[in-house]
Design a protein around this ligand. Structure first.
Ligand SMILES: Cc1cc2nc3c(=O)[nH]c(=O)nc-3n(C[C@H](O)[C@H](O)[C@H](O)COP(=O)(O)O)c2cc1C
Length: 344
């Protein structure tokens, strides 16, 4: 029995389960292991190049040697830096050239990505946290939404998984649930809510294929959802992290001057860039360095369902089995979503 949904049809994957892009945790071996097991591993370009040290094209080829199944790429749209935008355009072109056909865009207006990807028959899903961002994505012609809820790792949104599907579920595109899925029953619940699949991050950090430090993985396995707090000190906007002694010591809010500059009309772009650059370095060090004293370990509230270190492929298989079992028990289709033809 397959879990056929609009996400599997759009991505070419066997199962509607994405290993979301994770800076700095997306290493090629993790991306490949998830895709090889029938899910979709998504490449995070800065993680692939800056953290894990691969030339972008060579990194994609390394993944290709590990699996021939579909993979995805994350394109974070940030137009305030011309140099970054140019770099991202180059990465998208290389990925298309290397046969990647599934893209996840974050922030901004993804029109230019959609145009290039559609030109070769690929699909673009856009990260959204509320209806207004979904409307922007719709304007750009995206094919689906990744609905990032309040329990997600990375930058969470303001809404619950239930509220978010209510908010964006009537726009005629498939919606994928991102956030709070750490155990098979969470996957089953998300499909039952009408999501076309899930995107998981935190669960895949606690796997043998992820190159994060053992201390970080152990902290995820040991944490409960109350141990997840949201810190503004890393990127200037709330990021979900484990409440370590370092986080408690330094507090969760940006300093008063930084807050003022982050809000100022003239200064906010520069401040975000500075925060962004600093966070790249800080998070790289914290995730890979066993002895890091400044521990910013990103994780979402899905830690509640994560109790052991596993093989990434086994995670995919265990989740899919649970969903197949649930679907077998319940004769009705688990994912009542419009087909391509039925959509407005
Ligand atoms: C360590 C970490 C880093 C992340 N980095 C990114 C990123 O670079 N780009 C992005 O679009 N999402 C990023 N995310 C979000 C994930 O792709 C995914 O949507 C999220 O982790 C889902 O929530 P979960 O952690 O509860 O499974 C990150 C999440 C984590 C935990």
């Amino acid at each position: 029995m397959t879990l056929d949904t609009p996400l599997t049809r759009d991505s070419g994957a066997l199962h509607p389960l994405i290993c979301g892009a994770m800076y700095p945790c997306s290493n090629p071996e993790l991306v490949a292991a998830v895709s090889e097991a029938g899910g979709i591993g998504v490449v995070q370009p800065i993680s692939l190049t800056y953290v894990h040290g691969h030339d972008f094209r060579e990194g994609l080829r390394l993944i290709r040697r590990l699996t021939s199944r579909p993979i995805g790429m994350n394109a974070l749209i940030e137009s305030s830096s011309a140099a970054y935008h140019k770099r991202m355009e180059g990465w998208v072109d290389v990925a298309l050239d290397e046969g990647v056909r599934f893209f996840v865009t974050s922030l901004g207006k993804p029109t230019w990505v959609v145009e290039r990807v559609h030109a070769v028959g690929g699909k673009v899903y856009h990260d959204v946290t509320e209806r207004k961002w979904a409307a922007k994505g719709l304007d750009s012609g995206v094919d689906g939404f990744i609905a990032v809820n309040a329990r997600a790792g990375g930058h969470p949104g303001p809404l619950s998984a239930e509220a978010l599907i209510e908010d964006v579920g009537d726009l005629g595109l498939p919606v994928v649930c991102a956030g709070g899925v750490g155990a098979p029953e969470d996957f089953v619940r998300a499909l039952g809510l009408g999501y076309a699949g899930v995107q998981m991050g935190t669960r895949f950090i606690a796997t043998h294929q992820c190159r994060a430090s053992d201390a970080y993985k152990r902290a995820i396995v040991e944490a409960d959802e109350d141990d997840i707090v949201h810190s503004e000190r890393i990127t200037g906007v709330p990021v979900a992290v484990i409440d370590t002694p370092y986080v408690r010591r330094t507090g969760l809010r940006a300093g008063p001057l930084a807050r003022r500059l982050l809000r100022g009309r003239r200064t906010k772009h520069l401040m975000r860039t500075l925060y962004g650059l600093r966070s790249l370095w800080q998070l790289k060090r914290a995730s890979l360095d066993r002895d890091a004293v400044r521990e910013y370990w990103q994780a979402g509230k899905s830690v509640a369902g994560i109790h052991s270190l596993e093989d990434a492929g086994d995670v995919v298989r265990r989740f899919v089995e649970a969903a197949q079992e649930a679907r077998g028990l319940d004769d009705a289709p688990a994912v009542p979503h419009p087909t391509q033809e039925e959509r407005p």
